[in-house]
Write a protein of this length. Structure first.
Length: 96
């Protein structure tokens, strides 16, 4: 594990997750969390009656679709997918 990781609390779908990240990733992570929460609200407004896991899944599909539309390098895409898997694992852990 990297020694220079910083702890942070992030709020996704009204749940707090304690994560560690490199200082240079903090702004990107916080911006991503903001976008995720905004998209959850958008999907909840457009498609009422689903549970939170449905909305989170919709956001993940949206996020990956948007990423694939852009010409993102394979390294950047792998990095992004790794971050999404970390967030998904945190969410899955909290849902269990």
């Amino acid at each position: 594990m990297e020694q220079n990781l910083i702890p942070a609390n992030i709020n996704i779908a009204d749940r707090i997750y304690r994560v560690q990240m490199s200082p240079e990733d903090e702004q990107t992570v916080r911006q991503s969390v903001k976008i995720i929460n905004e998209k959850i609200v958008e999907f909840k407004t457009k498609i009422p009656g689903k549970d939170m896991q449905d909305y989170i899944s919709m956001v993940l599909v949206w996020f990956v679709t948007e990423s694939s539309k852009k010409n993102v390098s394979l390294a950047d895409e792998n990095h992004l997918l790794g971050k999404l898997r970390q967030i998904e694992a945190l969410i899955d852990g909290e849902l269990k």
